[in-house]
Design a protein around this ligand. Sequence first.
Ligand SMILES: [Zn+2]
Ligand SMILES: [Zn+2]
Length: 357
Amino acid sequence: MRFQVLAFALLLSLSPSFISAHFFPNISSLPSSIRNSTWDSFYDFAGCKQGDTVNGLQKLKQYFQRFGYMATADNYTDYFDSSLESAIKTYQRNFNLNISGELDGKTIQQIVRPRCGNADIINGSSTMNSGKPPAGFHTVAHFSFFPGMPRWPANRRDLTYAFFPQNQLTQEAKNAFSRAFARWAEVIPMTFTETDSIGTADIRIGFFSGDHGDGEPFDGVLGTLAHAFSPPAGHFHLDDDEDWLIDGDLTLLPSISAVDLESVAVHEIGHLLGLGHSSVEDAIMFPSISAGTRKVQLADDDIQGVQTLYGSNPDFNGTTSSSPPVRESDSSGAHYPFASWGVGALLAVGYFFSLML
Ligand SMILES: [Zn+2]
Ligand SMILES: [Zn+2]
């Protein structure tokens, strides 16, 4: 029996856990306790403030360190010190929250939302609200760039992308990425074309679990969802442990932890092009996205940011379409071994066995 469990675990680790709402109706009956989000324990810190000592608070400090709000320390303590308060204030400013320095309910709710793994503050320079002119200085733009404003050079406007072959993505999943690239191509003079050659592609897309060799380990269900490197690195990594939803109807959501693949892809492509995070909640480049939501339309903030780097697509008339034309390299509908239904069934059995353990 244990061997079977391990066999299923192995299969799961080899394939992205895509969910199709249409083909996988039973998962909602599974206990949500087995799908707890990485950061759910942070709810225990609600109401904490400077001077408090709370068991496990060091994990929150690690969270703030990871996203650039606190300096790296060898051993964080559970004491709520002034550096944590300062980190919380900066975070609250970046996320348009009341700047209290305390872990009030709204701040905790924002902290536990699933988010992009890229930091909000890089090398000490904040990229969101806190790096903008002080209050009273009128500004509407909140887009940002990586330090040094890296971008793809002028002679590289037609980029290629490829998927790590070991992920064996379905055509359905590949199409979600294709649509995500098309949203950016609509507003800037760039094209993105799929190629089979992972070795030579400008952008390389892969799903990984946990530590995958770049110093930014993934963390299981929810928490960080994906990350991407600044130009011209082209690394685009997604957390294989998420319940990725492709082409599903979110109103028929089968799992409280399902994450819309296309929404996350649009965001990460923004990073691949050189954008940092934005404080505008409607912007694609806002760092967080709740499970079960879909956000794929570029906001004015995103468009202004990316056009600052590359200029405007001459065909762009100022309004994005709800579904931009997609350059399909293969729309034949060919399916790969890990079609969503099959993976869904495996997941269900995997959960069943993990309950038995
Ligand atoms: Zn991001
Ligand atoms: Zn990575």
